[in-house]
Design a protein around this ligand. Sequence first.
Ligand SMILES: *Cc1c(COP(=O)(O)O)cnc(C)c1O
Length: 337
Amino acid sequence: MIDLRSDTVTTPDEQMREAARDAPVGDDVYHEDPTVNKLQSTAADVLGTEAALFVPSGTMGNQVAARTHTERGQEVLCEREGHVYRWELGGLVQHAQLQPRTIDAGPRGAITPEQVRAGYVEGDGHRPGTGLLALENTHNARGGTALGVERIATAAAAAHERDVPVHLDGARLFNAAVARGCDAAAFVEHVDSVMCCLSKGLGAPVGSVLAGSEAFIDRARRTRKLMGGGMRQAGMVAAPALEALSNRERLAVDHRRAERLAAGLDRVDGFTARDPETNIVLVETDRPAEAVLEACEREGLLGVPFDDHLVRFCTHLDVSDEEIDGAIRAAERAASG
Ligand SMILES: *Cc1c(COP(=O)(O)O)cnc(C)c1O
């Protein structure tokens, strides 16, 4: 089976397994796990922030950030197709008691400064006030679009003009950095916090990091504890996550494979592949997405439905060039069968 459902399906390699086995550990709730501490300081260095916090998932990272930045009852400005709004079980409402105000940022999910200004609400006796702007890069549901630094900087500046903090959902920020040819830190310097998944394209079995100022991370640590995310000998999972951080540059390989996959799938009858910007390939299908995916599965290829006639395929660490070609052939058989 060629599994292109998500870049989360990778399994840890030998080096990661060894790192987990050999990791020095301690109780991280007491700040005493040296491997977690090393992961956090390395992540902060890479992202150019004062501090970072290891969290079990990207979802928890985003939710901890939203809760830490805001007061209950405020509004959060977020993109209509944004992960934090669409795919986290309404956590903005459930955990942070925020009222989402969505922005339709179009096919690439690039929120403009004008949209931020238009969406901003001044708190008064009637209106809750805007407490947070949430950005996403790469933008998952929009097809892994990699926004440039300028896009992030200008949207964030529009929020900062009104003293609204900015959180960046950078689940795949390193994909964005590779695609745009810059350091991840170039994006992060414009925002107040960032979440990066280590368990996606980088290949860690578990974990994400939330990064920001020392003061913000101190408060975020308390929020993480509140949500039940205080972990003990977490060095066992932080060690492979640390290994994963060195897989950043190889994401370029996934991007090349996504291009090759998109080109091949676009030639399949009834498939129209969008040009990928990173490791995510969106394919518009003439037949319903569910039926297409069932046919693909019978031929040994897995993807996920993204809409009634839209399917997502992801390239990742555990697929080779041969498997990309195999995936294209499987889709051809599925279409003709
Ligand atoms: C996957 C993802 C998340 C959540 O990460 P999990 O580790 O799956 O909870 C958040 N934001 C985006 C954009 C994602 O793609």
